[in-house]
Design a protein around this ligand. Structure first.
Ligand SMILES: Cc1ncc(COP(=O)(O)O)c(C=O)c1O
Length: 383
């Protein structure tokens, strides 16, 4: 008997019409990434400033070769969850390399950064506990916090004094407390003041978890924001393999026991198939490039700063430079105008960013040439 779809379709139509009216409907567009920088979309060749491939490694010969060799040796899929079929060798090597890069005792790899967040947070805190989350934290951190059942309180963005106030107000009622923030904020490109945030955590017996998705490969000599703030005590450093590490997957680094606990208790690891060998091998090869090529790592920030200098913005703190436009229509119009000049700079609209803060989010890469950056700056100024 055919499934009746009428009312479901009508529901979706109504929701889509509402999003259309607000210019907030988003649809994926087929886009061919030729070399990590140049793309073809709707027949036009564009230079991308929207990709998180910060080190330009998704098309690096050694990274591609590592992925191909892993497929040849271990097949295309992991076969089952890691506790069932066991870890394939690239997964074990990757976890060792991640722990080494982040200077922690151990690492646990997940199927994605999103899964790392929603797997880790509920394994650490639950009902009767407290989570303090930066107001601009990524959606995956919100989802993990909600899933945990802990009391969720947000603190003002990058404001350790507000964090301390909220800890003073709420800590005593909770059994355990977890403070969560991002090392580099994904839509603003600013760095969390991890030294002051860590001090507030220490004062109130709270654990600190950071999401370093946009810091690894760019900040702290490529090791991430922990290396940039060596006095900060970071209990859990989460991240993704999908940005500077040029692959797909996520991870959490920390002490040996908490990582062992995650491997046996985090539902988003236990009840899902392990990362495919090629993804692990590609990320491992990318970490080797980070280790071997400090100049490539350092160049990301200098490229972003060349742009901010050229357009008269405050110096970039990371690979990400937001151009705040306010309304979704203005952001979309700027995207279209830049596309006409040969650049891909995707408009970012709510709910990815708060209402009234739609923007172009520019992402710079080690692979961008100086003339590319000056070309974008000239196009930007002419808008
Ligand atoms: C800050 C941040 N955390 C986590 C994620 C999720 O990582 P993944 O794409 O591996 O799921 C992203 C983006 O994708 C991100 O920007």
């Amino acid at each position: 008997m055919p499934v009746r779809m009428d009312s479901l379709q009508a529901f979706a139509r109504h929701k889509l019409a509402g999003l259309n009216a607000l210019h907030l409907r988003r649809t994926p567009v087929v886009t061919v990434r030729h070399d990590g920088l140049w793309v073809t979309r709707n027949g036009a060749r564009l230079l991308s400033f929207s990709c998180n491939d910060y080190l330009g490694l998704t098309h690096h010969p050694a990274v591609k070769l590592a992925a191909a060799a892993a497929i040849e040796a271990h097949g295309t899929g992991a076969g089952a969850a890691r506790l069932v079929t066991g870890d394939h060798p690239p997964l074990e090597s990757l976890e060792a390399a991640l722990a080494d890069l982040k200077a922690t005792e151990a690492a646990c790899v997940f199927g994605s950064g999103f899964l790392a967040a929603i797997g880790t947070i509920p394994a650490v805190v639950g009902s009767g506990d407290l989570i303090l989350l930066d107001a601009l934290a990524h959606a995956c951190l919100h989802s993990g916090a909600k899933l945990s059942g802990a009391t969720l309180v947000s603190f003002a963005h990058n404001d350790p004094a507000d964090l301390a106030r909220k800890l003073s107000a709420h800590r005593a009622q909770a059994h355990r407390a977890l403070v969560i923030t991002e090392g580099v904020f994904s839509m603003d490109g600013d760095l969390a003041p991890l030294d002051a945030i860590s001090a507030a955590c220490q004062d109130h017996e709270a654990w600190l978890m950071i999401d370093d998705a946009h810091a690894v490969g760019v900040i702290g000599g490529g090791a991430g924001s922990g290396a940039a703030f060596p006095t900060a005590k970071i209990d859990l450093a989460m991240g993704t393999l999908s940005k500077a590490l040029a692959s797909y997957g996520g991870y959490v680094c920390g002490g040996a026991e908490i990582i062992a606990l995650l491997k046996t208790r985090a539902r988003a690891s236990v009840f899902t198939t392990a990362l495919p060998p090629a993804c692990a091998a590609a990320a491992l090869a990318a970490i080797e490039v980070i280790r071997a090529e400090p100049a490539r790592v350092a160049s990301v920030l200098s490229k972003a700063r060349a742009f901010t200098d050229a357009v008269g913005l405050p110096p970039a703190q990371s690979a990400i430079v937001p151009i705040l436009l306010g309304s979704a229509t203005d952001a979309l119009a700027a995207q279209v105008a830049l596309e006409a000049k040969g650049f891909l700079a995707t408009a970012i609209r709510p709910p990815t960013v708060p209402k009234g803060t739609a923007r172009l989010r520019l992402a710079f890469s080690a692979a961008h040439q100086d003339q590319d950056i000056q070309g974008l700056a000239a196009a930007m100024k002419s808008l």
